[in-house]
Design a protein around this ligand. Structure first.
Ligand code: ITT
Length: 184
């Protein structure tokens, strides 16, 4: 079985491919720019995007909208994560966090699958923001995020290790469970 993943982010594709390969599902990346509305919740961004995309494809597809929510910054960058990563980057976040004791943060991923109907799958991982960048694996904010119960950043973990505990891994787990029950 093949499923189309609409995203411009190679890192997300690699994680989905690693997750689905053992289940015999092939993930095909397709890059289609879609509007990401300014909303307070990732779910609203995903729902709007699915509605916008649904008539442009003739096969089932999914998207993934994710964000990093930092407690001391009132949830920033949250739904603005992509823009903030491009502009401030990891260095910028570390600067904003200078002198801040509360390092708590979480990553959230919302997957939207469309097969004639919309299906939403979510995953969260709690953790903390480190004091410096560590590791060279993964992508985005991985070098500054240390998941709860670990002393290493996501960028110091292999894709398989990250998938076991990450926001995306968890969203992919509920997505694949649903696929098993409904399709395969
Ligand atoms: P799309 O084409 O799929 O939208 P994107 O990179 O723009 O790709 P998002 O809109 O979901 O993705 O933005 C999320 C941002 O948060 C993105 O810039 C990443 O840098 C970051 N991010 C998301 N998931 C991450 C993860 O697992 N590890 C590190 N950073 C992550």
């Amino acid at each position: 079985m093949e499923i189309v993943f609409i995203t411009s982010n190679k890192g997300k594709v690699e994680e989905a491919q690693k997750y689905f390969a053992p289940l015999g599902i092939k993930i095909i990346q397709k890059k289609i720019e879609y509007p990401e509305i300014q909303a307070e919740e990732l779910e609203d961004v995903v729902e709007f995007a699915l509605n916008w995309l649904k008539d442009k494809l003739d096969k089932p597809f999914f998207i993934d909208d994710s964000g990093l929510f930092i407690e001391a910054l009132d949830g920033f960058p949250g739904v603005y994560s992509a823009y903030v990563f491009k502009t401030l980057g990891n260095e910028g976040i570390l600067k904003l966090m200078e002198g801040v004791e509360n390092r708590k943060a979480y990553f959230k991923s919302v997957i939207g699958y469309y097969d004639g109907e919309m299906h939403i799958f979510k995953g969260i991982v709690k953790g903390r923001i480190g004091y410096e960048k560590r590791g060279s694996l993964g992508f985005g904010f991985d070098p500054i995020f240390i998941p709860e119960g670990f002393d290493k950043t996501f960028a110091e973990m292999t894709t398989e290790e990250k998938n076991k505990i990450s926001h995306r891994g968890r969203a992919l787990a509920t997505f694949s469970k649903w696929l098993k029950e409904n399709l395969i």
